[in-house]
Ligand binder design. Structure first.
Ligand code: AMZ
Length: 290
């Protein structure tokens, strides 16, 4: 996997591995090698609507808060505060099927040196190629993954580990089209149908919690992690440092990161403190089996 460090542990007893690394299920495979996740990325979210940096509540465009009029400056701010990645969503694109904030996203990508992942309205191969061509590191496909799975498959073939699957769930059911439509497909089934792809990650958003600062859905994230070998990025509900802390035990299961929006704009979570918490946790966990 691209974002994990692999430790080979064929000679070590499984019980010992579980004890040392807290490993479970799929990550313990004696003889076949195993992987221990050693990264946890805090992704500041920059959601774009009409060229502005906003946050919605539960994805509802009627409940919008503007946090910045200059998304390029916001992107620079998070980089200066230590972010290692940015998560950018073109909300107008997600609502209207095609990218709508492409030029501002191009300016943001040019303004920072850290990688940027982008979602919202990416429903055609031309949009995927355009974003990756202008320097976006990773594109996120949500609606298209459900409506046009072939597009996702082809994109993963053409751009291995540059495409993430966005699963936005309302009570476990996948929502699409800017979350206006809840499908009858459950998140785990959708994920399983793409198990063969070379995805960069799965981004799992709990819609009820998104923009609400009501706490992360640790349990649902855990269930998803147990159902997949893909790295998972959790999203929705982060309010304070305690939410980041609550996710740390999921790192050995494959949690790659967490997206935070309203909390860092409101200041209930200080990005630098979240980054330091994760850094210290990973430093403590870095136990060599030798
Ligand atoms: O807030 C919303 N209503 C919303 C949102 N944040 N709707 C979609 N999205 C995000 C998804 C994913 O990153 O979390 O847009 C992306 C998916 O867009 P699309 O166009 O591929 O379904």
């Amino acid at each position: 996997m691209q974002f994990t460090d692999t430790l080979k542990g064929a000679a070590i007893g499984e019980d010992l591995l579980r004890l040392v690394f807290g490993l479970r299920g799929k990550h313990v495979s004696i003889g076949a090698g195993y992987e221990v996740q050693k990264k946890m990325i805090i992704f500041p979210a920059i959601d774009l609507k009409d060229g502005l940096c906003v946050r919605l509540m539960q994805g509802d465009p009627e409940r919008v808060t503007v946090y910045g009029r200059d998304p390029v400056a916001v992107a620079r701010r998070w980089q200066e505060e230590g972010a290692r990645w940015l998560h950018v969503v073109d909300l107008d694109g997600a609502f209207s099927q095609t990218p709508k904030n492409r030029d501002v996203i191009a300016s943001m990508v040019n303004a920072v040196t850290i990688p940027v992942q982008v979602g919202g309205g990416i429903r055609r191969s031309a949009a995927i190629e355009d974003y990756l061509g202008l320097g976006v590191e990773r594109v996120i496909l949500g609606t298209a993954a459900l409506r046009d799975p072939q597009l996702l498959e082809e994109a993963c073939r053409q751009f291995p580990h540059r495409v993430a699957l966005g699963i936005d769930a309302r009570d476990g059911q996948v929502a699409i089209e800017g979350w206006k439509e809840t499908t009858g497909t459950d998140a785990v089934s959708l994920l399983r149908s793409f198990a063969h792809l070379e995805l960069a990650a799965v981004i799992y958003t709990d819609i009820h919690r998104d923009g609400m600062q009501s706490g992360v859905n640790v349990q649902a994230t855990r269930i998803l992690l147990e159902a997949t070998d893909f790295p998972v990025i959790a999203s929705g509900g982060v309010a304070t440092l305690e939410d980041v802390e609550a996710l740390l035990p999921l790192i050995p299961l494959g949690l790659l990161g967490v997206i935070t929006g309203r909390a860092i704009y409101n200041g209930t979570l200080v990005l630098g403190e979240a980054l330091a918490l994760v850094r210290e946790h990973l430093a403590k966990e870095r136990v060599s089996p030798e």
